[in-house]
Design a protein around this ligand. Structure first.
Ligand SMILES: [Zn+2]
Length: 431
C-alpha cells in the first residue's frame, strides 16, 4: 500500500464526511471528534459501530443514523432474519456509484460489452442485490437476462441454455443448485464462460462441482460487499482465494484486534472495520462488518496499485470443537472426497453430555435410499477424521464426541427463504 500517497486524500475525505455528519445528525455530533483529524491514526478515537448500533439508529423505529430526508432514495432489507424489517438507505445517486464499482470489478474479471449475462441474484423482498446487479451489468454494456434466483434452477438453466448466457451472476449456493440440475438432467452444454458470485464464500469444492457440470472457464468475485456498506473491494485475475483490491477511493478499511479493537501490525489478521468515504445519507463510519481479514503486502502482478486485503471468513465462522478451530473448509474438503454427496452442507456444534459434538448435515447429490444415505454419512465421517487428524485425536482421547454426519435428500437443508443461503455454521452451545 502506498500509504504516503493515499493518506492525505483519505484524510481529507474523512474530514469532509465527518463535518457533514456532525452538522446534520446529533448522533454523529456526539460520536465523532469535534475537530478535524490530523492523521488516520486518530480515527481510532471514534468508536467502532456495531451492526446492532447502526440498526437502532435507523428508521422506521430509530433516529440519528441518517443525515437527511429520504428524497430520491431506496430502502433495502439488511440481515437475514424475519420479523421487523431491518433497513438500510441509499440515495439513487449513491446506488448508481455502487453499481459502477461492481461493474468495474466485473469488467476487470473479463465481462465485456455485448456478452449475454444472466442475473441470478435474489429479487424482491426489499433486497438490493438483483437491482444493483442489473445496474452494474448495464454499465458493463451486457445483454441482460433478468432471471433471478426465484425462477428456480430448472427455469434458470433452460434460459441460460436457450438464450446463450456466457456470464451468470448470483450466490454460490444457487450456482451449486444449477450444476446439480444440469447433472440430474444429464446436460453438459451450458454456454457459461464466467460465473461471478457474491454474498457468501465460494469454497473450492463447490467451484469444482460447478465447473464439472456447467463447464465454466472462470470464476470471479462479484466483489466484496454487504448490504450495509455497498461494495468494498474487487478481484483482478491475479487475485486468488479471498484476496481483493480495495476500492480505495470510496472505502477505508482498518484491521483491528478482535478483542481490544486496536489496530493490528501491518499484514496481521483481525476484524475488518469499514468506513465508506462517500456514503452521505446513511453514513458507515468505523463499521464492524463481521468479517476477518488482513492487508496483503507487496504489489499485485496485475499492476494495479489499489491496496489488497485477504478475506479470511466471517469472524463468527469458526466452531471451536474441543479447543480445536474447525472452519467450513475442512468439512468441504472431506465432502469433496466422499462420493455421492453434493457440496451443500452446514455444521453445528452441540453439547453431548459433557462433550462437544460436531454435527455435519449435508445433501446427497441425487435422491437416494435411506440405506445409501447412511453409508454416505459413514464414509463422510471417516473422511472428515482423516482430513482433520486433530479431530480424530480428540475422539480417540474422548475429548469430544464422535462427529455425527447426517445425509439428507437434495434440497432438504433449510435455506433462508429470501436469500437461498444456507447458514453454514451454527453454534447451539451459545445461549
Ligand atoms: Zn491485481
Amino acid at each position: 500500500m502506498d500509504a504516503e500517497k493515499t493518506e492525505p486524500a483519505t484524510l481529507a475525505k474523512l474530514n469532509t464526511l465527518f463535518a457533514y455528519c456532525r452538522e446534520r445528525s446529533a448522533f454523529y455530533r456526539e460520536r465523532l471528534p469535534a475537530n478535524p483529524l490530523h492523521s488516520l491514526a486518530e480515527l481510532t478515537q471514534t468508536p467502532v459501530l456495531t451492526q446492532d448500533e447502526l440498526r437502532q439508529r435507523l428508521p422506521p423505529k430509530g433516529a440519528g443514523g441518517l443525515t437527511g430526508p429520504l428524497e430520491s432514495s431506496y430502502a433495502f432489507a439488511s440481515g437475514g432474519t424475519t420479523g421487523q424489517p431491518k433497513l438500510v438507505y441509499y440515495t439513487a445517486e449513491e446506488l448508481d456509484r455502487e453499481a459502477a464499482a461492481i461493474a468495474y470489478g466485473l469488467a476487470v474479471g473479463g465481462v465485456r460489452p455485448g456478452m449475454v449475462a444472466a442475473n441470478l441474484m435474489n429479487a424482491g423482498h426489499l433486497w438490493a442485490s438483483f437491482q444493483l446487479m442489473n445496474q452494474a451489468l448495464e454499465k458493463c454494456r451486457c445483454h441482460i437476462l433478468p432471471i433471478a434466483a426465484q425462477s428456480g434452477e430448472a427455469e434458470a438453466l433452460d434460459f441460460i441454455r436457450a438464450l446463450g448466457a456466457e456470464v451468470a451472476v448470483g450466490i454460490p449456493s444457487f450456482m451449486i443448485s444449477l450444476a446439480q440440475r444440469a447433472m440430474e438432467q444429464g446436460v453438459n452444454d451450458a454456454p457459461l464462460r464466467i460465473i461471478a458470485t457474491g454474498g457468501e464464500h465460494f469454497l473450492d469444492a463447490g467451484k469444482a462441482f460447478v465447473r464439472a457440470h456447467l463447464g465454466v472457464e472462470r470464476f470471479i468475485s462479484a466483489g466484496y460487499s454487504s448490504n450495509d456498506t455497498g461494495p468494498i473491494a474487487f478481484q483482478c485475475s491475479e487475485c486468488t482465494g479471498g484476496i481483493h483490491h480495495l476500492f480505495e477511493e470510496t472505502c477505508h478499511v482498518e484491521v483491528v484486534d478482535e478483542t481490544s479493537l486496536l489496530p493490528v501490525p501491518p499484514g496481521e489478521t483481525g476484524k475488518l472495520i469499514i468506513t465508506k468515504l462517500q456514503k452521505w445519507l446513511m453514513p458507515v463510519i468505523r463499521y464492524d462488518i463481521g468479517d476477518r481479514g488482513r492487508y496483503v503486502s507487496g504489489e499485485c502482478a496485475c499492476g494495479r496499485t489499489q491496496p489488497r486485503i485477504e478475506l479470511l471468513g466471517r469472524s463468527d465462522d469458526i466452531l471451536n470443537i474441543g479447543g480445536y478451530n474447525v472452519t467450513p473448509d475442512y468439512v468441504a474438503a472431506a465432502l469433496e472426497k466422499t462420493p455421492g454427496l453434493s457440496p451443500h452442507f452446514r455444521m453445528i456444534a452441540r453439547a453431548d453430555g459433557p462433550l462437544v459434538l460436531l454435527c455435519v448435515e449435508c445433501e446427497a447429490a441425487v435422491p437416494c435410499r435411506e440405506e445409501a444415505a447412511r453409508q454416505y454419512g459413514a464414509q463422510l465421517g471417516a473422511q472428515l477424521l482423516e482430513t482433520v487428524p486433530a479431530l480424530k485425536f480428540l475422539v480417540d482421547i474422548k475429548g469430544i464426541a464422535m462427529p455425527r454426519m447426517t445425509v439428507l435428500q437434495p434440497g432438504a437443508l433449510p435455506r433462508n427463504p429470501r436469500t437461498g443461503k444456507i447458514r453454514r455454521v451454527i453454534d447451539e452451545r451459545l445461549p
